[in-house]
Design a protein around this ligand. Structure first.
Ligand code: GLN
Length: 547
């Protein structure tokens, strides 16, 4: 007879400060488990009040990651996918906002049968339900809790976890707490006190962490480790050290060396399985010995660009590695290149130009200048989402009679080349758009595109049908398709009903591609995205010709 598979839950909290790389540690642990052939789901519990991060400013909160099933989620889900290849679902990200709206919906429906609705048990029940939802034969569910222990907002989440630990028992649950051990140079000492306090805080909430992962700039001594173990009520070997890494993709290797899986196996009484780390080892080797270099300009509006465009950054890195190339990215603020001469000066030293997704009129003329510059000087160009829309506007503005082409996103126009679908298909909506609620009014998630044969994009994908993720409110106006083609653009990818433009390219240019979707969301170190692979080899070619 056989034992029923038991799902085990791993809860990951963070203490002392934010930005400890909790998401990367969570992803790395997930990667190690996946490489040990376990089945798993990875979830993020976000204590903020927004329903989802869709309406949050990416400059503050980082990128909004979009899943295949159309959820706007926390950017950590992007890391989970990149490290494991496991496709995230809507149900893998929950926020306080979602929990409360569900509780309030039930309250109005009368589901609570007259009882007083309270944080404990009603809110905590809802959180627990989410954690256990949609789980079938997973060996592990890893839940990362956003924020830092001690935040008021995260209290109901931690309380729910405390209860879960009681219900599941130690054999089926594990708490990992990630902290910081700062090095104080004036005293020439590592300081363990903040970690002690943070664990105390957790203990006060009824949670004793089973494992500590201590982030540190450099290795600390066994003495510090002993001290931490003594004050935090943990065995010596339950204190793991995580030194700064050269790349986030080195973290699975570092955690493995620290014995993370061994600890897990002991805790859950599992046999040690073989973990195949060949891929990460090779990836790291390639990373240290990159032979080539290119300079790519990304022209955008947000100031905190590398966080706002996390997936893009990573996608270029992945394809760089597979092209044996270090991709030096410069984030150019489009508001500073409103003048074409200025644009030339700023962009002249780059080997490739990319205009990523974006919103709003502000900064758009600088982006259009960058596109024109790439077009005229035959510099490899990739336009993503907004970048594609602007490439079309740029092209049409050079066609006689279409000089005023614009997007309705910028205000009223007589040439709405880019607009919302209801603006060109009065009454008939191809995809449902909810225009009253800004949150949730976009074309979101995975959609099919059909590629035209004998085009660059067909060569890149080498197939006819592709699926990519979308996140945009505006579309290319169907009525302008003929004029767009007349302006020198090939419509090389369309929606299956042939109405929505998904991919454009220029035949009068060595490498000029625009896509309505976000290819960066599907790139992983294991599967660098073909569009970025091709872009980078075009950039390399351009650089060689230039020299
Ligand atoms: N602002 C554009 C739209 O909503 C593009 C969005 C994007 O680039 N993600 O359609």
């Amino acid at each position: 007879f056989f034992k029923k598979r038991m799902t085990k839950f791993i809860f990951i909290t963070g203490g002392v400060v934010s930005s400890l790389g909790k998401g990367i540690v969570t992803s790395s642990l997930a990667s190690l488990l996946k490489l040990s052939k376990f089945n798993l789901r990875i979830r993020k519990l976000d204590p903020y009040l927004n329903i989802d991060p869709g309406t949050m400013n990416p400059a503050q909160h980082g990128e909004v990651f979009v899943t295949d099933d159309g959820a706007e989620t926390d950017m950590d889900l992007g890391h989970y996918e990149r490290f494991t290849g496991i496709i995230s679902k809507k149900s893998d990200n929950i926020t306080t906002g979602k929990v409360y709206s569900e509780v309030l919906r039930k309250e109005r429906k009368g589901d609570y049968l007259g009882s007083t609705v309270q944080v404990i048990p009603h809110v905590t029940d809802e959180i627990k339900k989410f954690i256990k939802k949609d789980i079938k034969n997973e060996d592990f569910v890893i839940c990362e809790i956003g924020g830092t222990v001690g935040d008021i907002e995260s209290l109901p989440f931690l309380e729910a976890l405390r209860q879960l630990r009681n219900e599941l028992g130690k054999e089926k649950s594990l708490f990992i707490h990630i902290t910081l051990i700062p090095f104080i140079s004036s005293a020439n000492e590592f300081k363990t006190k903040p970690t002690q306090h943070s664990v105390k805080e957790l203990l006060g909430l009824g949670i004793q962490p089973d494992l500590l992962i201590c982030r540190t700039e450099k290795k600390f001594s066994t003495d510090s480790k002993k001290k931490i173990s003594l004050f935090c009520n943990l065995s010596f070997d339950s204190v793991l050290m995580l030194e700064n890494a050269e790349t986030i993709y080195e973290v699975p290797l570092k955690l493995h060396n620290e014995g993370l899986l061994r600890k897990l196996n002991t805790h859950f009484s599992l046999k040690n399985k073989k973990t195949n780390l060949d891929f990460w080892n090779k990836f790291y080797q390639k990373f240290i010995y990159l032979e080539k270099q290119i300079n790519v300009a990304i022209v955008g509006k947000y100031t905190n660009l590398s966080e706002s465009y996390k997936s893009l950054n990573e996608a270029l890195f992945h394809s760089g590695i597979s092209n044996n190339t270090k991709v030096n990215i410069s984030w150019i603020d489009s508001r500073k290149i409103n003048d074409f001469n200025k644009t030339k000066k700023v962009l002249k030293s780059f080997h490739g130009i990319l205009v990523p997704g974006g919103f709003g009129k502000e900064g758009s003329s600088g982006k259009i200048n960058a596109i024109r510059f790439a077009k005229v000087f035959n510099i490899p160009f990739l336009g993503i989402c907004f970048g594609m829309q602007l490439a079309i506007i740029e092209s049409l503005r050079n066609l006689k009679g279409y000089e005023k082409s614009s997007s309705t996103e910028f205000g009223k126009t007589n040439f709405p080349v880019i607009c919302m679908m209801h603006e060109w298909e009065k009454g008939k909506k191809i995809h449902k758009q909810d225009l009253d609620n800004l949150g949730g009014s976009m074309r979101l998630g995975s959609y099919e595109s059909i590629l035209k044969k004998h085009t660059l994009i067909f060569k890149i994908y080498n197939k006819k049908k592709i699926y990519e993720r979308h996140r945009h409110r505006y579309e290319v106006n169907y009525k302008y398709l003929k004029s767009i083609e007349k302006s020198g653009i090939t419509l090389s990818g369309m929606s299956p009903n042939k109405k929505l433009v998904e991919i454009i390219e220029r035949t009068d240019h060595p490498w000029f591609v625009g896509v309505q979707f976000h290819p960066e969301l599907k790139s992983t170190p294991f599967n660098p995205h073909p569009i970025f692979n091709s872009f980078i080899s075009a950039v390399l070619k351009f650089k060689n010709q230039k020299n």
